[in-house]
Design a protein around this ligand. Sequence first.
Ligand SMILES: [Zn+2]
Length: 226
Amino acid sequence: MKFLTIKKRTILFVLTAVILLFSVIGACFVIQASSPKALYTIVIDAGHGGRDGGAVGSTGVTESELNLEFSLELKELCEEYGFKVVLTRKDMNGLYSLFATNKKKSEMKKRQEIIEKAKPDVVVSIHMNSFSSSSSGAQCFYASGNEAGEKLATRVQQALSTEIEHTGTTAKVGDFYVLNCTDYASVLVECGFLSNPEEEQKLCDEEYQTNFCRTLLYGILDYFEM
Ligand SMILES: [Zn+2]
């Protein structure tokens, strides 16, 4: 470097520094753009299954099959977005051991095991409601005392209230095993009422399911402040 004047050396130094700085900024952007979503794991839990069909609509459609359809759709959307997804139930089979005398207990234990193994950032449990033929709308529940669960349920509820008819903005406390079995941020979503034939028709519609799941995803993104 003896042949370079001090001025040239300074210019060279500054240029190298600038190139280095831009490389570091560029690398940061790449890391930011690709990693955070992949770092988040979402457990999607399709309620019921096997012998336990859950609620039944007037057409004979069961809650367990709709829960699975919604869960698989949500999985696809979450994965497209870059999240890691773990399903508790992947098909129409129940999660209980065939040898268990108490099938419900065995099934719930299995759900808990899958959630604990996944160490998720959020748990989304999908269900269909049933009450009267005039009941309608979606409702999110969280476990009492679970602050992260309350935040998640609230964000998802608020997202749903903008898209789904007859859906309020307030998430409610719910005493459900899947919400109580771990301390992870968990929401149970009752997507709509199978006891209402009009709503049942909507819940079976593929386009409605996609729109519903996309809205669920928006709520999850809002929870992650994304
Ligand atoms: Zn259910």
